[in-house]
Design a protein around this ligand. Structure first.
Ligand SMILES: [Zn+2]
Length: 309
């Protein structure tokens, strides 16, 4: 009986191997499904999350602490309350200690523009947990050249899903892991105050990530202007592929229409190749309020007096 089952199973496998197209089709189903989701995301500008200031205020009240004043949004960048007044802050996601990060730093140095480098913790260590060869050099450059190190999580997983969803222990580990790693690489304590969740995703029924960030005194720092630069990496035949010209034009168009904002790009080679051009176009851009100008996320937030760490 067992032999018959084995033989039947082997027959099925063999016929599937012969019909290779069928296997390819089956394997591609999840891929196509994920593309469809990506396509949907790419078709619209990023929509800021709903305001949760009231919720945060209720926490403060429960803990008997007053909200800091003059801050539009506490612990979260509640960009909907901002008039960016043609100011742009640049943020670079998915940083790893390689030539791309070095190139981005070179370009920004030439331009005198400051950015937040959102790093993925695991990218900065090898499989044995030792810092990658250029980790110290590049993080030191970020700090010494007037930029900011931001936390883009240790493992770069969706924190609103699976084992992370509403799991404050797992979320805390992600955040503590990056802070400890940065301190170890730099050789001194560098207080991280910006956290950007992978995919920008954080809302869950319990707002666990928001609560952990509050405990850690870090800001959830998402973005408002989406370059969709990751679409340049997709194969040219795909419907959600974007060429460099489109990425540049879309980003500048949105920045003009929305009177500035927080721009997200990634530390990809394709983006590094057009970063200088992107900065040029943004600096030359004008709308009815006048020219756009680069500033920093700190300036946009006016956060410095909020909490010394
Ligand atoms: Zn990312």
């Amino acid at each position: 009986m067992f032999d018959i089952i084995i033989a039947a199973f082997a027959d099925i496998i063999e016929s599937m191997v012969k019909a290779r197209k069928l296997i390819v089709l089956l394997l591609s189903i999840p891929f196509v499904a994920s593309n469809a989701r990506l396509g949907a995301q790419s078709s619209a500008y990023y929509q800021p999350k709903p305001v949760r200031l009231e919720m945060l205020q209720s926490w403060e009240k429960a803990e008997g602490r007053a909200l800091p004043e003059n801050v539009p949004g506490i612990y979260e960048l509640d960009y909907r309350r901002y008039d960016f007044q043609n100011n742009i802050a640049l943020t670079i996601d998915d940083c790893m200690p390689n030539h791309v990060m070095a190139t981005d730093l070179d370009i920004l140095k030439r331009r005198g523009i400051k950015a937040v480098f959102f790093i993925i913790g695991r990218n900065f260590v090898d499989s044995l947990g030792r810092p990658m060869p250029r980790a110290k050099e590049l993080l030191t450059r970020v700090v010494e050249e007037g930029h900011v190190i931001g936390d883009h999580s240790y493992w770069h997983r969706r924190l609103d899903l699976g084992a992370y969803r509403d799991n404050r222990v797992a979320l805390t580990r992600e955040i503590d892991g990056v802070q400890a790693l940065v301190d170890r690489i730099l050789g001194h304590h560098y207080p991280i105050i910006y956290f950007r969740p992978p995919g920008g995703a954080h809302s869950t029924p319990l707002y666990a990530l928001d609560r952990v960030l509050k405990e850690k005194r870090e800001y959830l720092a998402n973005w408002t202007i989406t370059s969709f630069d990751w679409c340049m990496r997709l194969p040219a035949g795909r419907p959600d592929h974007l060429d460099a010209a489109t990425v540049l034009a879309r980003t500048v168009k949105q920045a003009k229409e929305e009177s500035g904002g927080v721009v997200i790009v990634h530390a990809f080679p394709q983006t590094a190749a057009i970063l200088d051009e992107l900065l040029t176009r943004l600096m030359q851009a004008e709308n009815s309020r006048g020219p756009l100008r680069f500033t920093t996320l700190d300036e946009i937030m006016r956060l410095k007096p909020v909490f010394p760490k």
